[in-house]
Design a protein around this ligand. Structure first.
Ligand code: SF4
Length: 508
């Protein structure tokens, strides 16, 4: 298929930063992207996903969030445009997490990037893929270098053969975390679907339309949680609606067609903007633990103009069961908690209500109005909450509070275990559990208490291994590692000399 060549503002400066990517060179990439016409997108990201007080939390490539959302949707193809090493890493991670779907890739080289041929290749690829028998939508994601080079996905056709084309820029230098990258794609899809719904009739949900007003739920959660939420809403004459990010295109219409929206995960700023543009009220926090469930049911009832008697009926149905579950499965011990999923404050509330002595919560996500109630509740109970937490802050909290259990990301857990403190991975072991209502109230205790009970084993291991394998003597050695302080001094001298030379050259 041939198309007229569209001249684009390709920016060869972007290539100078290739090979730096997420390791360094963010400023050059950002400047290159702005010079190539991406300022509007980057400014919107800076507003939606504010960085401070730290530049960027250390976590996986942000584009993974968008890729995962695309790969999970039925009848959706997802294509990456980026450096081969980034695409390799993203594809690997997707399959590690069970994508069971091919990831599309449009490769490039210096020439195709600077001449604008990459854009033509992308356009050919989406035309080839746009088979309405197979797909409702094709998602194409610009990674760091194509974004910095200004590859203009926004001028792709909006639709080919009835297949929707969604082009998004998800550079590591513009979107801080993979969690927020989920919102970039979810928000772009909601905007598209909102425009479709505004233009005429759209497809009904596959399982038919609910006969009750629904509450759309924002944020990926354990599959049982929407069911529990549905049971909580029933006495108020409401039902749980779709979960955003959705698993199918037509669910987007049902998500927009709701009575109110629950921002269970509080960082979906672009998605919230679309719901508000559709005239929907958005409620923060979530029905976790006793206090969280009570406040959330009240807020949802108020937003949907439900009478107080019905709101009270919903509370009376749920709160005694939540209280009983919390009392039956207490958590004993001091805990620090950190993660990058966006549900950290909710898990924290549940731990505190379960009786844990929680001192610190670090989340890679930013502070938004939708977690304000959780922040206030936790602060009132003496828990320090750190938004946009850095790895150093998370580890410093473990050193300071010497908890019985550190729940955190992989490097936090590793640091805790080195101190013979039991650790649990937030993503795999904590966030993949029910959190809402009575089911959530009892779900954390078993895993948390079992981990705390492992302290003696950690001490045994520590005394068995002693100081073996710590710091730069870690790894597999043929003989006993030798300290070489003279090498260290020489390397430091060379590095300082190179730094001085660089500085002198900059001043010329
Ligand atoms: S696309 Fe991801 S992996 Fe590649 S340079 Fe950017 S942040 Fe790093």
């Amino acid at each position: 298929m041939s198309h007229p060549v569209i001249p684009i503002v390709a920016n060869p400066e972007a290539l100078k930063a290739d090979g730096l990517g997420c390791h360094s060179g963010k400023d050059q990439l950002d400047a290159a992207a702005r010079a190539a016409g991406k300022s509007e997108t980057l400014d919107q990201y800076a507003q939606d996903y504010p960085k401070g007080p730290h530049d960027q939390p250390q976590s996986m490539c942000p584009a993974f969030g968008s890729l995962r959302v695309g790969l999970r949707m039925r009848r959706t193809a997802t294509i990456l445009s980026g450096s081969a090493c980034c695409v390799y890493g993203l594809t690997f991670t997707s399959h590690f997490y069970g994508a069971r779907r091919s990831v599309g890739y449009v490769p490039f080289d210096s020439e195709s990037l600077v001449t604008g041929k990459l854009f033509e290749d992308i356009r050919d690829a989406v035309h080839k893929e746009a088979n309405p028998d197979l797909y409702d939508a094709i998602v194409i994601i610009n990674l760091c270098v194509p974004t910095a080079s200004g590859v203009p996905l926004q001028i792709l056709p909006k639709e080919i053969n009835g297949v929707r084309i969604i082009g998004i820029d998800v550079p590591g230098f513009g979107v801080p975390t993979h969690a927020e990258a989920k919102d970039v794609l979810a928000g772009a899809m909601l905007r598209y679907a909102r425009n479709e719904a505004g233009a005429g009739p759209v497809a009904a949900p596959r399982n038919g339309k609910s006969d009750k007003p629904t509450i759309t739920l924002i944020g990926e959660m354990f599959p049982a949680d929407p069911v529990t939420i549905g049971m909580m809403l029933e006495p108020m004459g409401l039902a749980a609606g779709p979960v955003v990010p959705t698993r199918e295109w037509r669910e987007l219409y049902a998500a927009l067609d709701c009575a109110a929206v629950a921002a269970i995960h509080p960082f979906y700023t672009a998605s919230v903007r679309e719901f508000e543009a559709a005239g929907r009220q958005v409620i923060g926090s979530a029905p976790v633990g006793h206090d969280g469930t009570e406040a959330w049911l009240q807020a949802i009832g108020n937003s949907c103009n439900i009478g107080q008697a019905q709101i009270d009926a919903a509370k009376n149905r749920m709160l005694p069961a939540v209280r009983a579950a919390l009392a039956a499965k207490p958590v004993k011990g001091r805990i620090t908690l950190s993660g990058y999923e966006g549900s950290e404050l909710l898990v924290a509330r549940l731990l505190v209500e379960s009786g844990a002595d929680l001192r610190y919560v670090g989340t890679a996500c930013p502070k938004t109005i939708h977690s304000a109630a959780d922040l206030e509740w936790l602060n009132a109970r003496g828990v320090h909450v750190q938004y946009r937490a850095s790895l150093e802050q998370d580890i410093a909290a473990v050193h300071e509070f010497k908890p019985d259990l550190a729940i955190g990301t992989t490097p936090v857990v590793q640091a805790a275990k080195e101190m013979s403190i039991p650790g649990l991975y937030f993503t795999n072991l904590i966030s993949a559990r029910p959190l809402m209502g009575p089911a959530g109230a009892g779900s954390l205790a078993a895993v948390v208490n079992a981990a705390i009970g492992n302290k003696a084993r950690m001490d045994d291991m520590k005394s068995f291994f002693g100081g073996t394998g710590i710091g730069d003597s870690a790894g597999v050695w043929e003989g006993k590692p030798q300290e070489r302080p003279e090498f260290r001094t020489e390397t430091r001298r060379r590095l300082e000399k190179a730094a001085k030379k660089r500085k002198a050259e900059e001043m010329i």
